[in-house]
Design a protein around this ligand. Sequence first.
Ligand SMILES: NC(=O)c1ccc[n+]([C@@H]2O[C@H](COP(=O)([O-])OP(=O)(O)OC[C@H]3O[C@@H](n4cnc5c(N)ncnc54)[C@H](OP(=O)(O)O)[C@@H]3O)[C@@H](O)[C@H]2O)c1
Length: 290
Amino acid sequence: MQFLYCSFQKALLAAPLLFRAIRKKEGRIMKIALCGIGRAGSEVARAVYCRPDMHIVAALCRPESNRAGKDLGELAGMPFCGITAKEISEVENVFREHRIDVVIDFSNPAASRVLLDACRKFGINAVICTTGFSDSELRWMKKIAREKSFGLVYAPNVTVGVNVLMDMARVAAQKIPDYDFEITEIHHRNKKDAPSATAKRIAEAIGRELGLKGEGAVPIHAVRAGGYIGRHEVLIVGEYEKVHIVHESFSRRAFAEGALRAAKFVINKKGWFEMADVLSEPELEAVDMA
Ligand SMILES: NC(=O)c1ccc[n+]([C@@H]2O[C@H](COP(=O)([O-])OP(=O)(O)OC[C@H]3O[C@@H](n4cnc5c(N)ncnc54)[C@H](OP(=O)(O)O)[C@@H]3O)[C@@H](O)[C@H]2O)c1
């Protein structure tokens, strides 16, 4: 009897410690909101579903989308997960209702603008993977991020591999500037913007090394065909030889993994960042939540 009583007392004393440990562990789970539940957004949902250190707490979709009101699990081809897709017009309510560490956006520029207005107001960090912004939209994004009320990773080129291609193209432009540089990008037939933002970035990087400025200085060929997920090629041709650098994503998981790496990077930061900043830091194993 005495033994049982002591054990019970010890359990009572240990309970707060246990609860604190559980809370601390929960506090380390990154809470993500998803904007855009299309091909890439759904892949992010599936990638997060497999990870113990991250959790999706909200999902936003297009106004009047037939996805609104449906469970994220159903939309992304996963088991029921209790997250109901809400229209982007409800973003401020969503930010009030949930503690969100970072928003991952794979939608369209109109949605990203609404989203970023809310991120700025609520101080919530964002990884913007959407492409197709105009120059003035990009200037606005940079301006609000540099006010430092929140952290923003602008990642039109979110895969790790394509950033390596960009570095290799830059080195080639330094070493063989008299060769001809031609960029080709191939994406699925439904991709709206052409040329891709990544191809433009590659052209800028090469152009900077070659001292060339302006659109078209380094030619880009855009192909929209079938189900191509994403391929970028840089062909560098001299009189008697060529160098051919190719990157191809054969699964949208490459986009999802890059976006999650960017989310971990930006978690405790404020200001404007790009994928080069993300990749210049070693990937964190665990996220230290502020
Ligand atoms: N950074 C990268 O490396 C990278 C990689 C892949 C894709 N992307 C970009 O990410 C974006 C999405 O690509 P995706 O292939 O996933 O396209 P997608 O399958 O067409 O998905 C786009 C999603 O955005 C939603 N959407 C459209 N307008 C919206 C609005 N006003 N508010 C909220 N949501 C809205 C759509 O909703 P409905 O379905 O209801 O219409 C759809 O679910 C594109 O800009 C694409 O270029 C970037």
